[in-house]
Design a binder for this molecule. Structure first.
Ligand code: C2O
Ligand code: CU
Length: 463
């Protein structure tokens, strides 16, 4: 009914603006030396209403109800979380894009043991960077993430410019049948191409939620693509919108949003100036492909604040070490399809196929003694990854543990953006520079989970 729907939306707006699951670390601001009380993230299987009709069973989340909380941290302040596994499947948490010590990175076998049902694991680290990040398991991910375990992280910086309102939008799909229940998580023929798409699309687990925002006000919209497959092309209609940050890092030069393509794992931060007229509606759209989709809307409320985007201060750059391009060593990295079938068990379960390879090696499996790293890097040395996409599909390639700078591309002009995930297009060659300043084993993989799980994974060792 309309009433229930309206209520739901208000709930979502409140959650988006205030952030739920506010961490104890936030309350201890100013007492940086004190050990923060851990935020409890307990996995659970719940029923949730994700489409019209019956509730969906076997939805997975952290907490007791609804979507995983927006986890708030503060740049430079200690954060702690306790994962308690309440589901009948081993799990872990990976803090996507947050530069954490290797032992906190959440990749089973490589850096930490499985967390079995009833067990717990304590994570503790100090996020060095402010921005929008996200968290998810790194075990049996097609199922665990596909069923709901994807949440957004906001790392606040007290020096950030002040907006009139902030909204956090978690974008993802679900593979549900007409009866609202989960259907098969993938089809092999799709895994060998773009990946298998969801059937129900949501923002904050809702269909086109509407948020209220002050007329003439400035909105900070933080969006994370936490879907396992879908690539988006973003557009905002009805208001001025400029891109202020991508993948957890401020852009060097703000630019108007115009069908910007981003893939699974990536984040978009927009500054939106709401229209002056009360009731005016602004929409965030995905215009990729043949069926454009309104993802969420913002409605102007109240008398115009008459604020101006041009008055917004800049976001501080994150303290990511500057790559020495001239002195950098090169790491060639070719993404391809493969015909070689490798028996094995991918990180936390394979899908039983290998379709993809990095430097001709499909990830052969995941044993307590996995496979050789793609490269062994020297701590403190600069590197440039020369990445080439030899496949007819786009791949969002994600590096754990270190931020890289996008240096150049063979097909487009790039901003010198710092990121953790690069969406490489077919026939594109790109140079990604970084300083190997975080010791340990760092996964590098496609974030289309079916690609990751059918060979497009490897890791870099920094010693
Ligand atoms: Cu978003 Cu290997 O992770
Ligand atoms: Cu891929």
């Amino acid at each position: 009914s309309v009433l229930t729907r309206r209520k739901l939306l208000q709930g979502a707006a409140a959650a988006g603006a205030a952030g739920i699951g506010l961490s104890a670390a936030g309350k201890l601001a100013g007492l940086a030396a004190a050990k923060p009380e851990p935020l409890i993230l307990k996995t659970a299987s719940i029923e949730a209403r994700l489409m019209d009709g019956a509730p969906t069973k076997n939805v997975l989340t952290y907490g007791e109800a609804g979507m995983p909380p927006v986890v708030r941290m503060r740049k430079g302040e200690p954060f702690a979380a306790r994962l308690i596994n309440g589901i009948d499947d081993p799990t872990t948490i990976h803090w996507h894009g947050v530069r954490v010590p290797n032992k906190m990175d959440g990749v089973p076998f490589l850096v930490q043991p499985y967390v079995y049902q009833g067990d717990r694991f304590d994570y503790a680290f100090t996020p060095p960077d402010a921005g929008t990040f996200w968290y998810h398991p790194h075990c049996n991910t097609l199922i665990q993430m596909g069923h709901g375990l994807t949440g957004v992280i906001v790392v606040e910086n007290p020096n950030d410019p002040v907006f009139d309102v902030e909204m956090v939008v978690n974008l993802r799909d679900w593979r549900l049948g007409d009866d609202s229940q989960f259907i098969e998580s993938f089809r092999p023929r799709d895994a060998a191409k773009t990946g298998t798409f969801g059937t129900v699309r949501t923002a904050n687990w809702l269909d086109q939620p509407q948020f209220d925002a002050p007329a003439g006000g400035l909105v900070r919209l933080r969006t994370a693509i936490t879907d396992v497959t879908r690539i988006y092309a973003f557009r905002v209609d009805g208001a001025e919108a400029s891109v202020i940050a991508l993948d957890g890092n401020p852009v060097s030069q703000r630019f108007a949003l115009d069908a910007l393509q981003l893939g699974p794992g990536q984040r978009l931060e927009l500054a939106i100036r709401m229209p002056d007229d009360e009731g005016a509606v602004v929409s965030l759209r995905d215009v990729r492909g043949t069926k454009p989709k309104i993802l969420a809307t913002l409605r102007s409320v109240g008398r115009s604040l008459k604020h101006d985007l041009r008055d917004l201060g800049r976001l501080e750059a994150n303290p990511v070490a500057e790559v020495d391009v001239a002195g950098a060593k090169r790491i060639p990295l070719a993404l391809s399809a493969t015909a070689e079938n490798v028996p094995g068990d991918g990180i936390c379960g394979s899908l039983g196929y290998s379709f993809w390879a990095i430097n001709k090696v499909p990830w052969p499996g995941d044993t307590p003694d996995p496979t050789a790293p793609l490269a062994e890097l020297k701590l403190g040395q600069s590197y440039v990854i020369d990445m080439e996409n030899l496949t007819p599909h786009a791949h969002p390639i994600h590096l754990h543990g270190m931020g890289f700078k996008v240096l150049s591309s063979s097909t487009r002009a790039v901003q010198p953006l710092v990121s953790d995930t690069y969406l490489i297009q077919p026939n594109e060659k790109v140079q990604l520079g970084f300083v190997a300043d975080n010791p340990g084993d760092w996964l590098l993989h496609c974030h289309i989970i079916e690609h990751q799980k059918t060979g497009m994974t490897s890791y870099l060792r920094v010693v």
